[in-house]
Every structure is written in structure tokens, then in C-alpha cells.
Design a protein around this ligand. Structure first.
Ligand code: HEC
Ligand code: HEC
Length: 226
């Protein structure tokens, strides 16, 4: 009996240690781009974010180091993403270059630092349920691809664990930077599922669960993806 308990504990540990960044599943070309600040196209947004920050935010804020590791947070019962905080004085439009640039600049200051969120269980459970629910005409859940089949090929892609630690990220297909929400929407679109509006509770709950699941993974913003 004891033997099995030890085995179960070991398995639980390996499951935890098995969190892998999407970077590990990316092509050599993409890994090379992401590794070099001179070549990473996402750095253009980070640089733009630094300028905007100096103009609009530096009167109240100095360093944002480590801040990105703590978001999404739950404040007064509401899920607050890093993007929501970036918009707390000026309501930049979702997916606007300004919002992406400022968010990327702030997240980049935590590059290499592990994600560390600790949301209340009741919020997490709603996101977890969404993650394991089948959706769309394809009738698949996020977990079908990103938990049960990572490492396998889907057309030209290699399925990763669908981790959020590189966002906002530069996607070659978009030819620009995009948010985690945009990436999730692309997956939902692929499933022919209904797309919840930007900033909606459904999206926030799913994001919260994704980031909690990624606890311990280092932030990579700006990641480069296919
Ligand atoms: C007038 C002062 C002021 C300005 C200007 C301002 N902020 Fe803030 N900001 C605050 C205060 C006060 C807090 C802490 C309270 C809160 O979290 O809302 C804060 C919190 C934050 C946080 C969360 C920090 C943390 O440690 O969790 C972020 C991120 C942030 N602001 C981003 C920005 C950005 C980006 C801009 C510019 C577009 C900006 N702020 C402009 C006053 C300001
Ligand atoms: C049919 C399979 C499939 C399903 C189901 C699916 N995705 Fe994806 N997802 C992909 C593919 C393909 C990619 C791009 C390659 C990769 O990173 O896996 C991707 C990428 C991602 C990424 C970006 C990972 C990175 O490192 O850039 C995230 C985050 C993500 N998915 C979240 C989700 C969420 C949340 C759901 C559920 C709403 C979901 N996915 C459902 C196929 C799927």
C-alpha cells in the first residue's frame, strides 16, 4: 500500500515538473528569432512600450519588475489581468498597438521570472471547467489537444501544452504582436466554437486557469510563434 502512495506522490511531482513552454515545440528558426533581442520582431513593441510608459505612466510608476508574474489576480471578487491593469488610467482598445506595446514592455521586465499566481479556488474551478468542456462543431476541449496530445503533430503544427508564458507574443501568421486572448480565440475559431467577447468573464476565467496551470514557468515575453 505504502509503495503505491509513494508512487502516486512521485507521479504528482513529475506532472508538476512537466510544464513545458511552447518554445520547446517551436522550430529551430523560431527559437533563434526569440533568443535574439536584435532579431525578435516582438522587441519593436517592447521598445514602443518603453516610450509610451515614459510619456504616460512614469509620473506614478518606476519599475514593473516582477509585476507580470502575479497576474491575473483576483481583486474584490473580479479577475484582473495584466492588460486590465495597463488600461487602468487610459482605456486603450483591446489588441491595439498601444495596449500590446505597454503590456509587452511590462511583462518583458519579468522575463525569466517564474509565474506565481494563487487565485481563490472558486474562481479557478470555473476556468478549469471551461478548459475541460467540449466546444464547437469539433466538439473538443482545450485539454484534448494541449493535455492529452501535446508533442503530436496536427497538420503542419506540433501541439504544445498551450502555455501562456510568452504572451503578448509575436506570431508570424499575424505579422504582429497579439494577446493571449487573441491566441485562445484562434483555437476557439479552429473548433468552430462561439467566440466570447474580449474581456468577458468567460475569457478571463479561462485565462486565469491557464496561467495558474503554468505556475513556475518563466515568463518569455515577447515570445515568437508560428
Ligand atoms: C496618477 C498615477 C498613475 C498613473 C498615471 C498610472 N498609474 Fe498605474 N497604478 C497607480 C496606482 C496608485 C496603482 C496601485 C493601485 C492599483 O493597482 O490600481 C497602480 C497600479 C498599476 C499596475 C499594477 C501594479 C502592481 O504592482 O500590481 C500596473 C501594471 C499599472 N498600474 C500600469 C500602469 C500603466 C501601464 C500606466 C500608463 C499607461 C499607468 N499605470 C499609469 C497609479 C498610476
Ligand atoms: C484541435 C486542437 C486544439 C484545441 C482543442 C485547442 N487548441 Fe490551442 N493550439 C492548437 C494549436 C495547433 C496551437 C499552435 C501550436 C501549439 O502551440 O500547440 C495552439 C496554441 C495554443 C496556445 C499558444 C501556446 C504557445 O506557446 O504559443 C494557447 C495558449 C492555447 N492554444 C490555448 C488553448 C485553449 C485555452 C483552448 C481551449 C479553448 C485550446 N487551445 C484548444 C490547437 C488546439
Amino acid at each position: 500500500m505504502r509503495k503505491y502512495l509513494v508512487l502516486a506522490a512521485l507521479l504528482a511531482c513529475t506532472a508538476e515538473a512537466q510544464n513545458r513552454s511552447g518554445l520547446e515545440f517551436a522550430s529551430e528558426e523560431i527559437r533563434r528569432l526569440q533568443a535574439s533581442d536584435a532579431e525578435n520582431p516582438g522587441m519593436l513593441w517592447v521598445d514602443q512600450g518603453a516610450k509610451l510608459f515614459a510619456q504616460k505612466c512614469a509620473s506614478c510608476h518606476i519599475s514593473m519588475k516582477g509585476v507580470a508574474t502575479r497576474y491575473p489576480a483576483v481583486e474584490n471578487g473580479r479577475i484582473v489581468t495584466l492588460e486590465a491593469k495597463v488600461r487602468h488610467k487610459e482605456a486603450f482598445a483591446y489588441e491595439s498597438d498601444e495596449l500590446l506595446a505597454l503590456t509587452a514592455y511590462i511583462a518583458n521586465q519579468s522575463r525569466g521570472m517564474p509565474i506565481k499566481v494563487n487565485p481563490p479556488a472558486e474562481k479557478l474551478d470555473i476556468g478549469r471547467k471551461a478548459y475541460y468542456s467540449r466546444r464547437g462543431q469539433m466538439n473538443l476541449a482545450c485539454a484534448h489537444c494541449h493535455e492529452q496530445n501535446w508533442g503530436k503533430h496536427l497538420g503542419a503544427e506540433t501541439l504544445s501544452q498551450g502555455q501562456p508564458n510568452g504572451y503578448p507574443a509575436y506570431r508570424l501568421e499575424w505579422q504582429k504582436m497579439g494577446s493571449l486572448e487573441r491566441r485562445i480565440r484562434a483555437c476557439m475559431f479552429g473548433l468552430h466554437a462561439e467566440l466570447p467577447p474580449y474581456g468577458s468573464d468567460t475569457m478571463l476565467e479561462l485565462e486565469l486557469f491557464l496561467v495558474w496551470r503554468a505556475n513556475g514557468l518563466p515568463i518569455e515575453t515577447p515570445a515568437v510563434r508560428r
